[in-house]
Design a protein around this ligand. Structure first.
Ligand code: C5P
Length: 223
């Protein structure tokens, strides 16, 4: 039993990888399973929030009572997120957004031409969805509480602190390594203006419920 600590609140969550197309068949993606983001969407709904889950390509069931928007690319994810945040109170970015996309998507499958020469791919940088939303007016005036995630291979605490400042967000959550995609459990580091706190290893759903409680407490304290 959990108190409805987010009753009447609107929460937007991004989850999963993005898929950046090269041609109609192929593309670039990553190993994000979406499990942490889906668990947060579920926990926020259980806590009474209206939840929009902007999901990259993952094979996970939509949590009960959650409104899901499926997207593929980072740019689609940005558009769907920007459509959802104007009346939201909380934005949690768990998605593993591709940093770069192929500059152009071929409209037909890229074929071998028999010469043995491999194609080269030019990349363009993708938008940073979290930084874009965090720089928006509602986040800056405190009406939208933004939470980011960080997965690092080394120096997590230092990187997490720097990332929180760089993205201009009140709360940054670090995945305490090793990087284990698709696992059902996790271990988190909460970094805010006060300092650093650890949430010990537990299932992603248990951690999501704890994180939702932490977010609700911070929002209550700032009003
Ligand atoms: O900078 P880095 O990718 O490590 O930051 C991770 C955090 O930023 C995560 O919360 C992720 O969802 C978010 N992010 C984003 N858009 C990007 C890159 C990261 O929203 N293009």
């Amino acid at each position: 039993f959990q108190r409805k600590v987010l009753a009447g609140r609107r929460v937007v969550v991004t989850a999963g990888p993005t898929f950046e197309a090269l041609d109609p068949i192929r593309g670039i993606t990553n190993h994000s399973s979406g499990k942490m983001g889906f668990a947060i969407a579920r926990a926020a709904r259980e806590a009474g929030a209206q939840v929009t889950l902007v999901a990259g390509p993952v094979s996970l069931a939509t949590p009960r009572g959650v409104a899901r928007v499926n997207v593929k690319s980072a740019r689609e994810m940005l558009a769907a997120t920007q459509a959802a945040v104007p009346d939201a109170d909380v934005f949690v970015a768990t998605a593993a957004v591709a940093d770069w996309r192929p500059v152009a998507e071929a409209d037909q499958k890229i074929k071998k031409d028999g010469s043995g020469a491999a194609p080269t791919v030019a990349f363009a940088e993708n938008p940073d969805i979290l930084a874009t939303v965090a720089q928006g007016e509602r986040a800056r005036n405190g009406a939208l509480f933004c939470v980011g995630f960080a997965a690092e291979s080394h120096d997590l605490v230092a990187h997490a602190k720097a990332k929180r400042e760089r993205k201009g967000i009140p709360l940054l959550v670090g995945n305490i390594g090793p990087l284990t995609f698709g696992q059902d459990d996790n271990q988190l580091l909460l970094v805010d203006a006060q300092g650093v706190r650890e949430l010990p290893r537990a299932s992603k759903l248990v951690l999501a419920r704890q994180l939702v409680a932490e977010i609700a407490a911070r929002m209550a304290a700032s009003h």
